[in-house]
Design a protein around this ligand. Structure first.
Ligand code: ADP
Length: 305
């Protein structure tokens, strides 16, 4: 079990999921089934993944003063996520995502930040002390960028490990990347951040070098069913994932990130940590929804047997 502490900063969303045969085109209405509202948001998903997998994890986030926000805080506690830095924003809904899942398990997502837009530096400042006792800070890009930049800088200055999952994709200032220890983009995010389309291992290598040149120590490019490309002090390699029948790939990247951080906090090598993350993410893609799909530690350990 992990003893080093993890802080996750990020979003909390209510995911409205509808399963459809194929995604609606502009002007088209399609009939769906299996409508449900489940807990999601990249920050929450990654924190819950870490919590279920045994990490000592705190979440810095905002929820709305609606019923969903209250339910989320209770759910975090059950999943072992410390909620002292989760703020309830008055007169504001919790963030939402509208998610279509098609017959191939692919998803198409629209989001609205709502309470997540309130995760600004002045709100986070009282929780900076959490960083002092933490080993690693894990962040994504569904909350205001200014806060991500300030937190990365503070954590880097304090010699903490900063993991940035640059999702959803957007261009980032070099000053932020200089404070990132490990970046974990998928192929789309890699292309937006480096201008390199990742089709081959050589492309991934070139893209990783763009990140390294900007001061990022370690690069983990996730390749969906293809696994992940890793570039760190040990060199570059592709670490193959696990073959499963996907039901819904929503949150695969989030589970991967939460699991990767958890495993690295347990002093696993990068290769073993990526394999652990692949297993957790592979289990999650066989299930519908974001947080409901996240496996427990036992489920991941049984997966390896
Ligand atoms: P994102 O969900 O952020 O787009 P990826 O699609 O690259 O990221 O997936 C992240 C990780 O989830 C992969 O590295 C892999 O471990 C796992 N994964 C995703 N899709 C599949 C799949 N179809 N089969 C098995 N594992 C998968």
């Amino acid at each position: 079990m992990a003893t080093k502490k993890l802080v996750v900063l990020g979003s909390v969303n209510a995911d409205h999921i509808l399963q459809v045969e194929s995604f609606p085109r502009p002007g088209e209405t399609v009939s769906g089934h299996g409508y449900r509202v489940v807990p999601g948001g990249k920050g929450a998903n990654q924190a819950v993944a870490a919590g279920r997998l045994g990490a000592d994890v705190s979440l810095i986030a905002c929820v709305g003063d609606d019923d969903f926000g209250k339910r989320m805080i209770n759910a975090f506690v059950k999943d072992g996520v410390q909620t002292g830095a989760v703020t309830t924003i008055p007169n504001t809904p919790t963030g939402i995502a509208i998610i279509y899942v098609d017959a191939n398990g692919e998803n198409s997502i629209g989001i609205s930040a709502e309470a997540n837009a309130h995760l600004l530096p002045e709100l986070v400042e009282p929780h900076l002390s959490l960083l002092n006792s933490a080993h690693t800070l894990l962040m994504q890009l569904e909350t205001p960028l200014i806060t991500v930049e300030i937190m990365a800088k503070a954590a880097h200055l304090a010699n903490k490990v900063v993991i940035l999952n640059p999702a959803p994709a957007r261009p980032l200032p070099d000053s932020l990347l200089a404070n990132v220890t490990i970046i974990t983009p998928n192929e789309t995010e890699t292309e937006i951040l480096t201008g390199i389309t990742v089709k081959t291992e050589e492309d991934a290598h070139k893209a990783a070098n763009v990140f390294h040149a900007k001061g990022v120590d370690k690069v983990v490019i996730t390749l969906g069913a293809g696994g992940a490309f890793v570039s760190d002090e040990s060199g570059t390699r592709i670490i193959t994932g696990f073959t499963v029948s996907p039901t819904d790939t929503t949150a695969a990247g989030d589970v991967f990130n939460g699991a990767l951080a958890t495993a690295l906090l347990e002093n696993k090598t990068m290769n073993d940590a990526v394999l652990f993350a692949h297993a957790a993410a592979a289990i999650s893609v066989t299930r519908l929804g974001a947080q409901p799909s996240i496996p427990t530690r036992k489920e991941v350990e049984d997966f390896f047997v």
